[in-house]
Design a protein around this ligand. Structure first.
Ligand code: ZN
Length: 320
């Protein structure tokens, strides 16, 4: 990992448990940290036919992205839910996203039902610049959606589209966070770029945006955005794993720059569509914590559990 220790930083903490070698080690690792489990804000569950298309696309990743992307958890839906349980994930946000108009309402309805039927899943929503976006998003928020997914890259829409203005306003008003994939990775989209999304934040400064993948590959820009916007968060999804370090390495001062924004870093994984084991994401975060004793175990407890629980509005009475 290139986001290694800053030479000026204090020594690494020594009281950390050994990071998990594989998925079977994750629950013991969480227990050693004194955590009830992981709260994962970036997981995907999709209708079967849509998921098949996503997996089919990733099977052709060499063509699309120039690298192989073997989906690690290509399992039936019930087995994917069980895998999260075995990993010690106590709460997760199942995210859906449309790639064309007229699909977001249907996906939001589908995921609302999925979450209602699935313990540990919180209800979520998605948006597209559809004329009726405020209508279906408003209904989802009314029904208890805890977080929304906005996929600027796959959707190919402009986040500044006037049709989305009421949707951003609605989320900001309701305090419902939005996981926004607006970075230029793994491939630039028609309207990706943190500079583009910064204009949405300027118009909706109270929006609790979660910059998916910490803005990969533009990590510096994402960190700058957080410095300017106190309600903005970063999710860890795929960040710092050997897979992404190969094409989007973290900046050398990454760990040092996390110190001041530690409470706005939330754990995300992209389960199940990742080309490696879940434990690799936990190891990446553990590596940052170990690299600077201003982070250490409190940082791990915050990223893996406390900060995402706060973001999703889980009360202490909730399981997560
Ligand atoms: Zn994702």
């Amino acid at each position: 990992m290139s986001g290694g220790p800053d030479p000026a930083a204090p020594a690494a903490p020594s009281d950390l448990p050994a990071p998990p070698g594989d998925d079977a080690d994750v629950p013991g690792y969480l227990a050693a940290l004194g955590l009830p489990g992981i709260v994962d804000v970036h997981v995907h569950f999709l209708p079967e036919n849509v998921l098949r298309k996503v997996w089919g696309y990733l099977d052709q990743a060499r063509e699309h992205y120039g690298m192989a992307w073997p989906v690690h958890y290509r399992l039936p839906e019930a087995d994917r839910v069980a895998t999260l349980t075995h990993l010690g994930v106590t709460t997760f946000a199942p995210l859906v996203y449309p790639h064309r108009p007229g699909m977001a309402r249907w996906l939001t309805d589908w995921i609302t039902e999925f979450a209602a039927a699935t313990p540990r899943a919180v209800p979520t929503a998605t948006v597209f610049p559809d004329p009726d976006v405020a209508d279906y998003l408003g209904a989802a928020v009314e029904a208890g959606a805890r977080i929304a997914k906005v996929h600027v890259q796959v959707g190919g829409f402009d986040p500044r589209d006037p049709l989305l203005h009421p949707a951003w306003g609605l989320l900001a008003e309701a305090g419902v966070p939005a996981v926004v994939h607006c970075g230029n990775g793994p491939r630039r989209g028609a309207h990706t770029g943190l500079d583009v999304f910064a204009e949405v934040l300027a118009a909706h400064p109270r929006l609790r945006a979660v910059i998916a993948h910490a803005g990969l590959p533009d990590f510096d820009d994402a960190l700058d955005l957080l410095a300017r916007h106190p309600h903005c968060h970063l999710d860890t999804t795929m960040v710092g794993t050997p897979f992404t370090e190969a094409f989007a390495p973290l900046p050398p001062d990454w760990v040092t720059r996390l110190v001041d924004i530690a409470d706005r870093i939330v754990f995300g994984s992209d389960f199940p569509n990742i080309p490696y084991a879940y434990a690799a994401q936990v190891r990446a975060v553990a590596g940052w914590a170990a690299a600077d004793d201003r982070l250490g175990a409190p940082f791990l407890r915050s990223v893996l559990h406390d900060a995402p629980a706060r973001l999703l509005g889980l009360s202490s009475g909730d399981p997560g």
